[in-house]
Design a binder for this molecule. Structure first.
Ligand code: GAP
Length: 460
């Protein structure tokens, strides 16, 4: 029996089993900020590594980059983020709490299905203001709201050694801009030829107002972004765009093992699309709080490189090695949040096994924090414990292995099920006689005897 978990179940499991903790909890936490615990850090790392392997290492047309979180501030003027990277904000006139105007309108519309308006994403600030005052949309605390205004999402900070306006820098709002500003260095230092892409994984920061979406929307998060450069005179953008969409879909379904029924594509409307994009699709996942964007793909044209050419005065051009022709390439950008992939994987793997009264994380073995757990049947029998330690070392030489000797075997199995360990191995009295162990499968809970010499082969 399987059913989608509730939001509360996911949050509770994440905390209980060391996947995600509210950050600085001893001080009451910090809005929209989370830490990844002993299990979470492993899952996050596996997802990140898998993305890097599939997107960079396994392709001949991709290279990687690790640019700074703080770039020259002019970068964000050139990219358009200083002027227009903003959300529509309203304030509760009594509590002074702030909300996204579009989100409050969406919630209001869900409660009033008889009211038909176009897509909320298409409303401009004035239209949102008119809607809120005409329909008397109130804050979640039931109070009137202020007029919506734009709120820039870039985090500002300052460099200590310089005073004044010149010291102001931004924490990057996307990793993409580092790729554009390093474009010339990448061309000059590698043998890349169009079409080629640059991938980067790293932290980005946004002053998000919306709270209560767990790791889906946080102030600090990790992006995995690709800028795929091509010559629009030689490569048609539509088939390339489709190729990347297919590649993204395959990654999510085949590599992350996510059920395709919980995925869909959604094209952005003209009004909703970012200022730099000619076409954008979101790959949405059916999260426990509804269909939401997991991964975006945008055709950014030559907007960014041209802006950086204008603002830096540098020639950011590609020279065709055969004809000598110089062009400013266009880009297609698949951009995903590692933390959103994490939340999707956790949600999709969560299985309530009613028959056996247990919660199982049916993670792909490649993603599970531990690939195997080794138990001594009892902890007070020296020969069993030392044999089990031998088995532990044998496994740990090849895969990440857990050790547990507490409580009864049934509880140990349930504990490993909840963190997604695909296999549990128990060393018992029979092991001492015939060199076999109990091999227990996470999903079927079936147990078979396996010879110690065969373990490594079976685990791979
Ligand atoms: N360079 C393009 C760009 O940044 P985006 O749609 O704003 O596009 C890309 O972000 C991805 O980053 C999103 O699809 C989402 O997975 C992730 N993301 C964006 N904002 C986030 C936030 N506040 N918290 C967690 N992930 C976020």
């Amino acid at each position: 029996m399987s059913s989608q978990p509730t939001f509360e179940e996911i949050v509770a499991l994440a905390k209980r089993r060391g996947f995600v903790f509210p950050t600085s909890e001893i001080y009451g936490g910090l809005a929209n900020s989370y830490d990844y615990g002993p299990m979470g850090v492993e899952l996050l790392r596996s997802i990140r590594n898998l993305w890097w392997t599939e997107m960079i290492h396994k392709r001949t047309d991709m290279v990687g980059l690790d640019s700074q979180i703080m770039l020259h501030p002019e970068t964000w003027v050139a990219s358009g983020h200083v002027a227009s990277f903003s959300d529509p904000l309203v304030e509760d006139t009594v509590t002074k709490k702030r909300y996204r105007a579009d989100h409050l309108i969406e919630s209001w519309l869900e409660k009033h299905p008889e009211v038909e308006v176009g897509a909320v994403e298409d409303m401009n600030l004035a239209e949102m203001g008119a809607f809120i005052s005409e329909r008397k949309v109130l804050s979640p605390d039931g109070n009137p709201l202020t007029e919506p205004r734009t709120f820039n999402l870039l985090f500002e900070t300052a460099i200590g050694s310089v005073a004044g306006e010149k010291a102001k820098v931004y924490l990057r709002g996307e990793t993409a801009q580092g790729i554009f500003s390093d474009f010339k260095n990448i061309l000059d230092s590698t043998r890349v030829q169009l079409p080629f892409g640059v991938g980067q994984i790293g932290k980005s920061f946004r002053n998000e107002i919306t709270t209560g979406q767990f790791v889906f929307r946080t102030l600090e998060f990790e992006q995995a972004e690709i800028e795929y450069f091509f010559d629009p005179n030689k490569t048609e953008w539509q088939p390339l765009f489709q190729e990347w969409r297919d590649y993204m879909w395959k990654f999510v379904t085949e590599k992350l093992g996510v059920n395709a029924e919980n995925l869909r594509w959604r094209q952005h409307t003209d009004k909703e699309r970012s200022h730099y994009s000619k076409d954008t699709y979101d790959l949405d996942y059916n999260f426990s709080f509804g269909w939401k964007e997991l991964w975006g793909i945008a055709y950014r044209t030559d907007y960014d490189l041209k802006q950086h050419i204008k603002h830096s005065g540098q020639k950011l051009e590609y020279t065709d090695p055969f004809t000598g022709e110089k062009i400013v390439p266009h880009v297609i950008e698949p951009a995903v949040g590692v933390n959103r992939m994490f939340l999707m994987v956790l949600t999709d793997a969560y299985w309530k096994d009613e028959e056996r009264q247990r919660v199982v994380l049916r993670l792909k073995p490649e993603l599970a924090p531990y690939k195997v757990a080794v138990f001594p049947l009892v902890k007070n029998k020296e020969e069993i414990v030392s044999k089990a330690k031998e088995v532990f070392s044998l496994c740990a030489d090849h895969v990440r292995t857990a050790w547990d000797e507490r409580g009864n075997i049934g509880k140990r199995y349930l504990s490993q099920d909840e963190i997604g360990t695909p296999v549990c191995i128990t060393v018992d009295y029979q092991t001492l006689e015939d060199g076999t162990v109990t091999w227990r499968d996470r999903d079927s809970a079936e147990q078979v005897r396996v010879k110690i010499e065969e373990l490594v082969k079976r685990l791979r």
